[in-house]
Design a protein around this ligand. Structure first.
Ligand code: PSV
Ligand code: MN
Length: 397
């Protein structure tokens, strides 16, 4: 793409216009590792502060109109908190996005939630699911995004097969409570906090459960939830092919689920994932794919890391869209490996930053959102205002 070629700019602008990404409320709160927490004076400690930070990211980037909410962290009083969230939506111009039930914090869930051997605890977990769906309806949120911490640590201590059945049943019941416009996204993760078996360990299990649950259930791919060197774009290709891709939790990782800034370790991987999605779309397979971020930073500034992630996602999405897919298909057909690879890699190496800057300018957005954030003094101001409170809060929320 030549920077001076206005036709190409027009195409690129259309692509950028179509891209939005959801930011997580928990990305603005204090967080840490299981060894400790490094508090930041600018961290949000209330739902209002999270909305304010989300609004700042949206002001700077223009592509983050929704914020994912985690039920116990953001809506601790359940539906009673909905009116406040609605007011905050209006005040800050950011809507509630996906609703994330929380089935991993209560003491009852030590041996599992929806897969707990105790019918009472399973019922409690199911009630929480239904309550989360009800809240999502009141907030007009489309996606209920389910991640389970369920699993076991020692072989022979749980019946994996019984637990599959319990899960199927719970997800079917949950699905039957969805409004027509809603979806149930099933997230998988191979380990942590359970280390012997996880009840929804991979995309195959998630896809099976989603299909059993009903037609509005899909799979959620968290890029951090894979073994090292796993081919995530192939998983994405399969989920697209089978119509089961629901969305992403984007982050990057070097080892386990370490929630690093998107593209910081392997931007080529995200490019390859986006390429699969663009291919499916251009082949006339419409998919509703929710792009979401799942990162909680404790070393980088939270707002800065979020803006950095959003800008990186836009660049990689655009690069992947600019692959000449027609030409690539021809080269693949001829098995011209080197030419195909060069064409593919060539798109990855293209510097799309000038066109993204031009698009921001055309939209009246700051041309360099990171620089604009620094110049705005927003982080310094909230650090002054929130400082002592933020240091005193020692939980995720
Ligand atoms: C679990 O590791 C997870 O990816 C789930 O999506 C949770 O909701 C989120 O992280 C919490 O940070
Ligand atoms: Mn996740």
């Amino acid at each position: 793409m030549k920077d001076s070629n206005s036709a190409n700019y027009e195409q690129a602008f259309k692509i950028l216009e179509a891209f939005q990404i959801e930011i997580p409320s928990w990305g603005f709160a204090n967080t840490g590792t299981r060894f400790g927490k490094f508090v930041q004076p600018a961290a949000a400690t209330t739902i209002e502060e999270k909305f304010a930070d989300a609004a700042e990211v949206n002001r700077l980037t223009g592509v983050t109109p929704t914020m994912a909410l985690h039920v116990l962290w953001d809506l601790p009083n359940g539906v009673k908190d909905v009116p406040e969230v609605k007011q905050l939506e209006k005040r800050y111009g950011v809507r509630a996005g996906s609703i994330n039930p929380n089935l991993f914090q209560e003491q009852d869930y030590k041996y599992g939630s929806l897969c707990n051997p105790s019918p009472e605890i399973r019922q409690r977990a199911l009630d929480h699911m239904l309550h989360s769906i009800a809240m999502a309806k009141q907030l007009e949120s489309r996606d209920i995004s389910l991640w389970l911490a369920d699993g076991s640590n020692y072989p022979g201590t749980q019946s994996m097969r019984k637990r599959i059945g319990w899960l199927e049943e719970a997800l079917q019941i949950s699905h039957s409570h969805l409004a027509p416009y809603q979806r149930l996204l099933v997230e998988y993760k191979p380990f942590e906090p359970a280390f012997y078996h996880t009840d929804i360990a991979d995309w195959g299990m998630a896809s099976h459960l989603a299909q059993q649950a009903g037609p509005k259930a899909r799979v959620l791919v968290d890029t951090g939830h894979h073994y090292s060197s796993q081919n995530i774009e192939q998983i994405v290709a399969w989920l697209l092919h089978t119509g089961m891709l629901g969305g992403f939790h984007f982050n990057d990782r070097r080892y386990a689920d370490d929630d690093l800034t998107l593209g910081s370790i392997d931007p080529y991987q995200i490019f390859r994932i986006f390429h699969e999605i663009h291919c499916a779309q251009s082949e006339g397979q419409p998919h509703t794919v929710a792009y979401m971020i799942d990162q909680s930073h404790n070393l980088k500034g939270k707002i800065e890391a979020t803006v950095q992630t959003v800008a990186t996602a836009q660049e990689l999405y655009l690069k992947a869209a600019l692959v000449d897919r027609k030409q690539l298909a021809g080269l693949q057909q001829e098995c011209d490996l080197v030419a195909a690879e060069e064409l593919f890699r060539g798109a990855f190496w293209r510097d799309v930053r000038p066109v993204v800057r031009a698009w921001r300018e055309a939209r009246g957005l700051p041309v360099d959102p990171l620089q604009a954030l620094r110049a705005s003094g927003y982080v310094e101001r909230i650090a002054r205002e929130r400082g002592s409170r933020s240091a005193a809060v020692s939980s995720y929320a």
